[in-house]
Write a protein that binds this ligand. Structure first.
Ligand code: NAI
Length: 480
């Protein structure tokens, strides 16, 4: 039985390996991690991450040909194919801080592979890495000079959280980059044969290593750029009385533009977009391309502007103070159908409201209270660097409550912010919510989930991102 080992049992390593195990019962797939509690959770009923369909896939293969273990060195030594799926966060200090990818976890894993291996291996980059990382890993792997031969492949992952299983079962494409030598091409073919078990041949693209590495960064940059473009339009829509959803629909009918990823919102979050664009910016700077770097930097700047604009709108609408007021936050995950909160706009808005001395009451159907407390007490960019939780200040702790019911969260609130597009928020009983709130009752819809006309009929003062402003808001000071 060919043995595959994946280093890193996170949002990528867990689901990707579970699908490979499902589709290739003749392979033995072991996912290893330094985090014992994460591995423990992968071996239990309640998995460490929430993804629709994931439970069924894991339960179908776990114990058959899918295993989760902390015995890293043993499984790495035994495997013929190694996937590297460790975190590659943004550096928070030193050279390139705030932009460059921190390859500490990556390098440690590579050194460990070199130290424990005594048979030839194909090493597959699954993590998103700076272009040319394969060259660095080759150097690390070969430093032992013990006769073991490695072929490094780049196989970036394009799944989206919330639809990971669907994306893995029916990918739009699989990308494999390898060295253009006979040995490199043989390794590419070996990986291709695995995907070919369920992915049509014409959807498996092979390229050179650098194209594969760069395509992942480029893909995330292009997606984020669409979001920032429509978000930039949303500010202009509010200023002119146009409606961003109508504009998005109209431009999306043009096949050269297309309708996807044109939803205006309070700003994109997630572990990847910001980190990967910052990394791209850094690579451009290092290659003497400041104009290209500045172009992509603007995507992040608009995203920060959009989050700030939303927060300022909440404060300015409510007579320029939220001190002592109760604000309900509906949604804490960075998007629907995941419990992942990394870089969620909810964190930015909540922290901003806490600084303004508001009391916030948070409801999210999947995110735990512990996670929320951790996020609110953690500095930007620290979350991905395994920085231990700092306790929230007692004052801030008193300002936050976490509820498991949206009606309880909104009871007695002066305002409600919708920050994640959970489907259930479309169908809440907004009359009941309005009746339980202080008056005037404000609704700040950062995801265009509610019908502003219906909510105004109920009595709400409604701010819907990118839509014509409520007459009440027109009288309030402009926000920047
Ligand atoms: P994650 O943080 O959920 O998982 C990474 C795991 O690697 C952690 O559990 C960590 O304990 C483990 N790890 C770190 N160093 C290790 C070592 N030396 N040995 C064993 N385990 C180690 O990260 P996630 O979200 O799975 O991302 C992994 C990579 O995939 C990143 O480069 C990311 O940019 C990329 N990616 C993420 C996507 C996403 O939607 N989350 C999508 C596509 C790519």
């Amino acid at each position: 039985m060919v043995k595959i080992c994946c280093i890193g049992a996170g949002y990528v390593g867990g689901p990707t390996m579970a699908v490979i195990a499902l589709k290739c019962p003749e392979l033995e797939v072991v996912v290893v991690d330094i985090c014992a509690s994460r591995i423990d959770a992968w071996n239990r009923d309640k998995l460490p991450i929430y993804e629709p369909g994931l439970d069924d896939v894991v339960k179908a293969c776990r114990g058959r040909n899918l295993f989760f273990s902390t015995d890293i060195e043993k499984h790495v030594a035994d495997a013929e194919i190694l996937f590297l799926s460790v975190n590659t966060p943004t550096k928070t200090s030193g050279l390139g801080a705030g932009k460059a990818a921190d390859l500490t976890f990556w390098e440690k894993a590579a050194r460990m592979i070199a130290d424990v291996s005594n048979s030839d291996k194909i090493v597959v980059e699954k993590s998103t890495v700076p272009v040319k990382t394969a060259e660095a890993i080759e150097k690390i792997l070969n430093h032992n000079n013990n006769g073991v031969k490695y072929q490094v492949l780049s196989n970036p992952e394009f799944l989206s959280e919330g639809t990971a299983i669907e994306d893995l079962l029916y990918p739009e494409r699989v990308l494999i980059g390898g060295r253009e030598t006979p040995e490199g091409q043989k390794a590419v073919q070996t990986l291709k044969d695995i995907y070919a078990r369920w992915v049509p041949d014409d959807l498996i693209i092979t390229t050179n290593l650098w194209s594969a590495e760069l395509s992942k960064l480029a893909s995330n940059a292009f997606q984020a750029q669409r979001v920032s473009s429509i978000n930039a339009m949303s500010a202009l829509c509010e200023a002119t009385g146009a409606s961003v959803s109508e504009v998005a629909y109209a431009i999306g009918m043009d096949s050269r533009i297309g309708p996807k990823f044109l939803n205006s919102s309070v700003g994109f979050g997630g572990s990847c977009f910001q980190k990967d664009i910052l990394n791209l910016v850094y690579i451009c700077e290092c290659n003497g391309l400041p104009e290209v770097a500045n172009y992509w930097k603007q995507v992040i700047k608009i995203n920060d502007y959009q989050k700030r604009r939303f927060l300022n709108r909440v404060i300015s609408s409510m007579f320029n103070t939220v001190s002592g007021k109760k604000i309900a936050i509906l949604g804490f995950a960075f998007k629907k159908d995941t419990a992942d909160t990394r870089e969620s706009a909810s964190i930015f808005v909540s922290q901003g409201l806490l600084r303004e001395k508001a009391n916030i009451s948070i409801y999210d159907p999947k995110v735990t209270e512990d996670q929320i407390q951790y996020d609110l007490a953690t500095n930007k960019l620290d979350w991905d660097n395994q920085v231990p939780q700092q306790p929230m200040s007692p004052t801030a702790r008193n300002q936050v409550t976490v509820m498991w019911d949206p009606y309880e969260a909104t009871k007695g609130a002066h305002g409600v912010c919708i920050l994640t597009e959970w489907d259930e928020f479309k169908d809440l009983d907004y009359k009941k919510i309005y009746d339980g709130m202080q008056k005037p009752a404000f609704m700040f819809d950062g995801r265009n989930m509610v019908d502003p006309v219906k909510l105004r009929e109920i009595g709400f003062i409604v701010y819907s991102i990118g839509r014509p402003l409520d007459p009440w808001l027109l009288d309030m000071p402009a926000v920047a």
